[in-house]
Design a protein around this ligand. Structure first.
Ligand code: BTN
Length: 293
């Protein structure tokens, strides 16, 4: 290979953010490799049935959920996964932004086309919650818990968020886009000052960097496992698993500072089943749920 050809390749590597030192008459030296995401790395050794059928990694996009919804409308197949290194308009729940700096976290969206009635669509938020909690445990030795309906917390601070978006025709689901954001290697300075809840990352919890490609591979395998389990056995196994991860089951809670009672479980549409102090059962479909004594 000519010097010019080597130089050209070195420049392409530098453009990816890899730092390489050049020394006159000696050659090049690799100084530092950033945590880059390559689909071949992620897919290495993956043994799954549906997720991922295809995996696309984007350097930057507005929002992986937004882009995947466009692909879904254009007919993309179930199991399509879209991941971005950086999101310029990451979406959180309730129209909030999701902070998505480049090179540090996981921003991932997954397309599913289950043949289910609309009311069951929220079940997929619980499916992604158990997959994220399992992956944090096995890969980062972090014990996270789920705050209903879809926050993943460590010691009360949010480490991951889930945004489940759906399109439906008549009463049937057309497609579901599951958006998953996990704070992996974000430093304290990278969280915005205006964040009005405590937040954390795997790095802040353990002091160790998490290779994003490895985390993504493990997460996709778990999502595949739970989705196949769902197709074969329905929601019951996921609900059971989720209830073990959510510390409010069998605890006394207050909803929106008003209703007080004991949470006895989750309903098929993801609503909380609450037994009020009067003995009456109440469904809670949204709201701020806090534990009380
Ligand atoms: C929340 O508010 O808790 C939900 C956050 C969801 C963030 C993820 S990151 C990947 C996907 N793309 C988005 O724009 N949002 C979701």
């Amino acid at each position: 290979m000519s010097r010019a050809a080597v130089w050209k390749q070195i420049n392409s590597l530098r453009a990816l953010g890899i730092s390489i030192e050049a020394r006159h008459a000696r050659g090049y030296r690799l100084l530092e490799t950033p945590d880059l995401l390559f689909s071949a790395d992620v897919l290495k050794g993956v043994n799954s049935r549906i997720i991922p059928r295809s995996l696309e990694l984007l350097p930057a996009t507005d929002s992986t959920n937004l882009q995947l919804r466009k692909k879904a409308e254009a007919g993309a197949e179930e199991g399509t996964v879209l991941v971005a290194d950086e999101q310029l308009a990451g979406k959180g729940r309730l129209g909030r932004p999701w902070t998505s700096p480049s090179g540090v976290n996981l921003y991932c969206s997954l397309l599913l086309r289950p043949q289910i009635p609309v009311q069951q669509a929220p079940q997929f938020t619980f499916l992604s919650a158990v997959a994220v909690v399992d992956t944090l445990k096995s890969l980062c030795t972090i014990t996270a818990e789920v705050k209903w309906p879809n926050d993943i917390l460590v010691g009360g601070a949010k480490i991951a968020g889930l945004l489940n978006e759906m399109s439906a025709e008549t009463e049937q689901v057309n497609y579901i886009v599951l958006g998953i954001g996990v704070n992996l290697n974000m430093t304290a300075e990278q969280f915005p000052d205006e964040l009005n809840y405590p937040a954390t990352s795997a790095l802040l919890e353990t002091g160790r960097q998490v290779p994003r490609g490895h985390f993504l591979r493990e997460l996709l395998q778990r999502l595949d496992f739970y989705y196949c389990e769902f197709l074969e056995q329905g929601f019951a196994p996921i609900r059971q698993h989720w209830e073990q991860l959510c510390p409010i089951i069998n605890r006394r809670v207050q909803v929106n500072g008003e209703l007080t009672g004991t949470v006895v479980g989750l309903e098929v549409d993801g609503a909380l089943r609450l037994q009020l102090d009067s003995g009456r059962f109440e469904r809670v479909i949204a709201g701020d749920v806090r534990m009380v004594n």
